[in-house]
Design a binder for this molecule. Structure first.
Ligand code: PBE
Length: 303
């Protein structure tokens, strides 16, 4: 897949024209009476036709660019930033009930913290629900059978991941939040480690991308591996380097591959050289996300 150049305008102000559109008359009439096109025109101008994105290497950024193409949103652009900057912008807009459109995904704590909605995607650009897979390097099963077995057994839910994410969001240190979850979910963790022999300080290298969802999952599995006796290194990388590191055997494992859609291009490039241990979480999703108070419901409303 070819990744289109992102039309990033550095320093573009996200400051919004004061929301003087006379919405919120208290009984919601305005929402119902709003013609989609009128609403969208306003939104486009108020947002400088800018969708707030995350790191340029994320699969969702390619999907968002494709959505601009498919829906004919020629005036719009996706601004690259980071998960942290995106959620900061989202929180600021939300606090002031200002419009904002972000590249969003589930699981993510933002849905617990704010009332948000996915914009409908009738053309299916962002795909259906997907799973997060665990991948390990070739030879790991022979070299570190204990870690391999735990990684192979690892499976949890959106709610599980959400607990760690929320805890981190509320200020707890990443590793401490992961440890607290591991301690509170002994039964689940025991299912992954049952019958696995402890090891004596072998080093295992995990790679991940600093998305909130993957910060939570990677720290959690790191704690489980540490408890088994491993010395765990965690390297945050760009998405393509995360795949490359496992494919080339520079890293041992990652728990952060979103399939079949979001990382399909990376799987194409690197999938043949790594071992897929299957889904560790089912029912993930990506899309364009806005606060509930916005009058638009579909990506088509941006046309
Ligand atoms: N995400 C979170 C990633 C996968 C995990 C949706 C930001 C991406 O778009 O590549």
């Amino acid at each position: 897949m070819k990744m289109k150049k992102l039309g990033v305008l550095a320093g573009m102000s996200l400051a919004l024209i004061a929301a003087g559109c006379g919405t919120n008359d208290g009984d919601g009439n305005n929402t119902e009476n709003n013609n989609n096109n009128e609403g969208a025109g306003d939104v486009g101008e108020e947002l400088n036709y800018t969708i707030t994105g995350i790191d340029a290497g994320a699969g969702i950024m390619g999907a968002a660019e494709e959505a601009l193409d498919v829906y004919g949103l020629d005036e719009w652009q996706v601004q690259a930033s980071s998960d942290a900057a995106m959620t900061q912008a989202l929180g600021d807009a939300y606090d002031n009930e200002e419009p904002i459109i972000v590249t969003g995904w589930t699981p993510h704590w933002k849905f617990a913290a704010y009332d948000l909605k996915y914009l409908e995607d009738p053309e299916g650009v962002f795909g259906e629900a997907e799973d997060i897979h665990t991948f390990v390097r070739e030879g790991l099963e022979e070299d570190m059978p204990e870690a391999y077995q735990v990684l192979d057994n690892f499976q949890w839910t959106e709610e599980d991941m959400g607990e760690i994410m929320m805890d981190i969001q509320e200020g707890t240190d990443d590793r401490e939040a992961a440890r607290a979850w591991v301690e509170e979910n002994e039964d689940k963790v025991n299912e992954w480690t049952e019958g696995v022999d402890p090891v004596d300080g072998e080093t295992i290298d995990l790679v991940f991308v600093a998305w909130d969802s993957e910060i939570a999952s990677t720290n959690m599995i790191a704690v489980v591996l540490e408890d088994l006796g491993y010395e765990v290194n965690m390297d945050p990388l760009e998405a393509n380097f995360m795949f490359q590191a496992v494919a080339e055997g520079e890293a041992d494992a990652m728990v952060a591959a979103w399939l079949p859609g979001t990382h399909s291009h990376l799987l194409e490039d690197y999938g043949d050289d790594m071992i897929d241990l299957g889904a560790n979480l089912e029912g993930a999703a990506i899309g364009l996300v806005v606060p509930e108070y916005m009058d638009i419901d579909s990506i088509e409303d941006l046309q």
